[in-house]
Design a protein around this ligand. Structure first.
Ligand code: SAM
Length: 224
């Protein structure tokens, strides 16, 4: 059971798609998992329950951190919850699995909200404000052989994320796709998304995509 406090992002189809990708990994007491943009901590709890020995959850919102701590207690699992800005909260640490369902909804403007529920989904005009930062910084916190599992909407550019992750030296595969109906936020932004060419007239669904991006380990890297 996952408890959700008011104002915290409710786990939904995106959480569930990423959860399945996470559980497809073998998680052992030696596995170090980082849940970036943790919200209720649903993915952290899933990782801990599946056997990961060390789980760190990071969220910028105070209430989400409180919520993730609460869910750790409810689940009877140890989860190290930290309030912070993406990987800045774990500088110098390495993880075997980084899982992230960040804000990815194209917003009215580029300025990111610093309070309120919109902070859970608003991601600048192109929806990439957080995705780009995660793609650029995740390699620094991945252990050799470690894997990033990252979810986004295809509206924000699948190839862009793929290319950025590859530029950071990661091997990238799309491991899951799911077509979902627009929720209320997307429905309210249809006109502006159409104007920007991010959706076509009458579009009512978006594709969610999960990337698996793996850092080579010494045994898999080629000798130079
Ligand atoms: C789409 S919700 C995902 C929540 C949860 N992982 C899930 O799948 O149900 C995104 C979360 O990112 C958090 N967030 C937004 N900006 C952030 C940042 N710069 N650093 C860390 N977390 C951030 C929000 O507070 C929100 O809880």
């Amino acid at each position: 059971m996952i408890v959700r406090l008011p104002g915290v992002y409710p786990p939904q189809q995106d959480t569930s798609l990423l959860n399945d990708a996470l559980l497809a990994h073998s998680l052992t007491p030696r596995t170090r998992v980082l849940d970036l943009c943790a919200g209720t901590g649903a993915l952290s709890v899933a990782a801990a329950k599946a056997g990961a020995g060390h789980v760190v959850a990071v969220d910028i919102a105070r209430r989400a951190c409180l919520n993730a701590r609460l869910n750790a207690v409810v689940a009877g699992k140890r989860i190290d919850v930290r309030r912070g800005d993406l990987t800045a909260a774990v500088q110098g640490e390495l993880f075997d699995v980084v899982v992230s369902n960040p804000p990815y909804v194209p917003a009215w403007g580029d300025e990111l909200p610093t309070t309120g529920t919109e902070r859970a989904w608003d991601a600048g005009k192109d929806g990439r404000a957080l995705l780009d930062r995660i793609a650029l910084s995740c390699a620094e916190v991945l252990a050799p052989g470690g894997t990033l599992l990252l979810l986004q909407s295809a509206l924000c550019g699948v190839q862009k994320t793929e290319a950025m992750l590859e530029e950071c030296g990661l091997t990238v595969t799309v491991v899951a796709r799911s077509l979902v109906p627009f929720g209320p936020v997307m429905r309210s932004r249809r006109a502006v998304l159409e104007q920007r060419g991010l959706i076509v007239a009458g579009q009512a669904t978006e594709e969610l995509v999960v990337f698996r991006a793996t850092k080579s380990s010494p045994s898999t890297s080629t000798m130079g």
